[in-house]
Design a protein around this ligand. Structure first.
Ligand SMILES: CC(C)(COP(=O)(O)OP(=O)(O)OC[C@H]1O[C@@H](n2cnc3c(N)ncnc32)[C@H](O)[C@@H]1OP(=O)(O)O)[C@@H](O)C(=O)NCCC(=O)NCCS
Length: 206
């Protein structure tokens, strides 16, 4: 059987390790480029990116919450990306999930949802019917996406945010904690408040 690993010895990494444990999937160890970290939970830190690159297509999940860094690492590696899906997540059989995704406890994905690669659906968030989420999106705990919402690549939706139906949010946006989104959001915008208003723009990511 292929050996399985994660990259990223952070708090997010701990949650991912416990999702694999909840599925009785054995993780051999963790990779991280911080030489000061030798262990996370009961798992050894085996080395950094260069060690992964020396392996032949290792089975791996990138356990890094920052969307920009997750994309950078994914583009540097040639791995077989694992999904970590908590058994207490509810996922419609008519929805599709890409590779390298982390889906945490209490998440609900309703009918006909399309989820890209390296997406994080954090604890107790909900993604309703017909939503489309691009690669490297992160939906934080307790955020709620109503039906037919689309979210572009790399966008981070903050904890407890709410997005009404049929909204299009662009790529690499930041939706602040608790924001209520009632209008479409352009690429790179940082939006906070109820109703959501743009306070800034993130730097462009290619
Ligand atoms: C939106 C966010 C990214 C802005 O961070 P920032 O660029 O450092 O902005 P600042 O803290 O300098 O705040 C800028 C202004 O926006 C306001 N603001 C920031 N976040 C806000 C929020 N979530 N809701 C309402 N107002 C907010 C600040 O009060 C400040 O207002 P002021 O200029 O009138 O004083 C951040 O506050 C946020 O909400 N992040 C979400 C984090 C999260 O949910 N993480 C989950 C991890 S799983």
């Amino acid at each position: 059987m292929e050996k399985k690993y994660i990259y990223g010895a952070s708090g997010h990494g701990k949650v991912i390790l416990e999702i694999f444990e909840a599925n009785n999937i054995v993780i051999e160890g963790v990779f991280d480029d911080n030489p000061g970290i030798t262990k996370v939970l009961d798992y050894p830190v085996l080395g950094g990116l260069s060690m992964i690159k020396a392996m032949e297509n290792p089975a791996l999940l990138i356990s890094i919450g920052n969307n920009v860094i997750r994309k950078k690492i994914a583009e540097e590696l040639n791995s077989l990306y694992l999904n970590a899906i908590h058994p207490a997540a509810t996922i419609s059989r008519r929805s599709s999930i890409g590779k390298g995704c982390a889906i945490m406890a209490g998440v609900c994905i309703n009918s006909n949802v399309t989820i890209g690669n390296h997406v994080i659906l954090n604890t107790n968030c909900s993604v309703d019917h017909d939503c489309i989420l691009g690669n490297y999106v992160h939906i934080s705990p307790n955020a709620a996406l109503a039906g037919n919402v689309s979210i572009g690549e790399g966008t981070h939706v903050g904890i407890g945010a709410a997005i009404i139906p049929n909204i299009k949010i662009g790529k690499w946006c930041t939706i602040g904690a608790g924001a209520v989104i009632i209008r479409d959001v352009p690429d790179y915008a940082v939006v906070v408040g109820n109703p959501g208003r743009i306070i800034n723009y993130n730097s462009k990511i290619e």
